[in-house]
Design a protein around this ligand. Structure first.
Ligand SMILES: [Zn+2]
Length: 443
């Protein structure tokens, strides 16, 4: 208590500052002497008095505060104090000197200053904070550099401690089991997937003819199992079943022919500049506005039509877009958009074209479209040949369907232009969809 009072009265003198660079802390400690609430503060006070007045008696009773409080102006006094006060710094037991740092590390970063990049030194705290790494990570790098001179190598997974690892025999069994499944190439995938097997939902858009024939064959099988094999009824059912099987196989082969021809046309178009293969189809009507407000559900919405022309050789896609106030979705409209595409967007070197579309009688499979083809070849002399391939009903999956699968149909859209933006942003590679605004003059 006597020391405390003594220091409060004592003016702070510049020449008695200790050698530590943390002057501010000491000054604040001294300013708070009147309060001296904590033991640490009191210890600092006592030690400060010792330094200033050289009071040996009080110094002996104070604990050591570390080397930063020593006074360089009085080395003799320091030596004497070192003898009496036990240092906290660790020393080797055999009396040898402690190991000093073998390496020193500097941390720096590049900054742009006055338009030029320059390297500045920073402390480790700033380094770890700026690059968001832990000090442990920096320490590991530092240790490796100090010992080997190289940064540490990533050894993730490079160990033999795998008690649960599968043996090669077990792996072969799993691979064999997966390969026993009958895989099917994904309809919407461009690449052939052989190793990846997914258990998806049942297909929603299966062919009604295929489904009907499958049901008949399965029903016949059930009836045959219940009947005696040599009965007249069983023989009749067997004949019916054979006929149904043949019809089913023929139907499936007809469906495959469409895809084979399309593939051949695509490859031909890729090889020759004079040939082109195109598939086209109307996409699903998109409603305007397409928003979540409840009133919209009960209102009649404006339909937004998009006619998709997919160029098979280059995977270019042209979306002809218009709303129902501009045009309809009939054969005349199909001819108008095909004419615009053939006359404006295709090179005049293209003289042979293969068209693939579904068998919709109102849009594609009608006399209007056939007469339009005749006009292009014989009257306008635009093409030398036009081949049009129409698939059997239910087997008309085309690249157009894949394009539409890329479009997020739940996107919010209030006006037709919003849908145009959605279409433009729907695909990135190999190139975005080309959206063409169809006006009433073009129909
Ligand atoms: Zn079918």
């Amino acid at each position: 208590m006597e020391l405390e009072l003594l220091l409060v009265k004592m003016p702070f003198q510049q020449k008695y500052r200790p050698c530590t660079p943390n002057y501010g802390k000491l000054r604040r400690t001294r300013q708070n002497l009147g309060r001296a609430e904590t033991e640490v503060a009191l210890v600092l006070v006592v030690r400060l008095v010792c330094l200033i007045y050289g009071d040996k008696t009080s110094e002996q009773n104070t604990p050591d505060l570390g080397s930063h409080m020593c006074n360089d102006t009085n080395p003799a006094s320091n030596e004497k104090r070192d003898d009496k006060i036990e240092r906290r710094r660790s020393r080797k037991e055999d009396g040898q000197q402690a190991e000093f740092h073998k390496c020193a590390f500097k941390y720096h970063m590049n900054i742009v200053r006055d338009g030029r990049s320059s390297k500045i030194d920073i402390c480790i705290k700033a380094f770890t904070s700026i690059f968001d790494v832990t000090e442990n990570r920096v320490r590991r790098v530092r240790d490796a550099l100090a010992t080997t001179g190289l940064p540490p190598k990533n050894k993730q997974g490079q160990h033999n401690n795998r008690p649960h690892a599968l043996s090669q025999e077990e792996k072969d069994l799993v691979i064999g089991h997966i390969q026993s499944f009958r895989g099917r190439a994904s309809h919407y995938s461009r690449k052939r997937t052989r190793r990846i097997i997914a258990f998806g939902y049942p297909r929603k858009d299966t062919c009604s003819t295929c489904d009907g024939l499958k049901c008949k064959i399965e029903g016949g099988n059930t009836q045959l199992n219940e009947l005696p094999p040599d009965s007249e009824r069983a023989a009749l059912l067997l004949r019916q079943k054979d006929g149904q099987k043949s019809t089913f196989e023929l139907h499936q082969r007809k469906g495959e022919v469409f895809y084979d021809r399309k593939k051949a046309a695509r490859m031909g178009a890729q090889r020759s500049d004079g040939m082109e293969a195109v598939c086209f189809d109307y996409q699903k009507n998109l409603p305007c506005p397409n928003i979540t407000t409840q009133d919209v559900y009960y209102s009649r919405q404006l339909s937004f039509h998009s006619f998709n022309i997919h160029v098979l050789s280059s995977d270019k896609v042209f979306f002809y877009c218009y709303d129902e106030t501009v045009g309809k979705k009939g054969s005349d409209d199909v001819c108008s958009m095909l004419f615009d595409c053939f006359s404006r967007l295709f090179s005049h070197d293209v003289k042979h074209i293969s068209l693939f579309c579904d068998s919709c009688a109102g849009q594609n499979k009608n006399w209007t479209v056939l007469r339009f083809m005749y006009y292009l070849v014989h009257m306008a002399k635009r093409f030398d040949t036009i081949t049009m391939t129409l698939p059997v009903r239910g087997h008309s999956y085309m690249e157009c369907d894949r394009d539409m699968a890329n479009v997020d149909q739940s996107s919010p859209a209030e006006v037709p232009d919003d849908w145009r933006k959605v279409l433009e942003a729907a695909r990135v590679k190999p190139e975005p969809f080309n959206v063409i605004n169809m006006t009433s003059e073009k129909f």
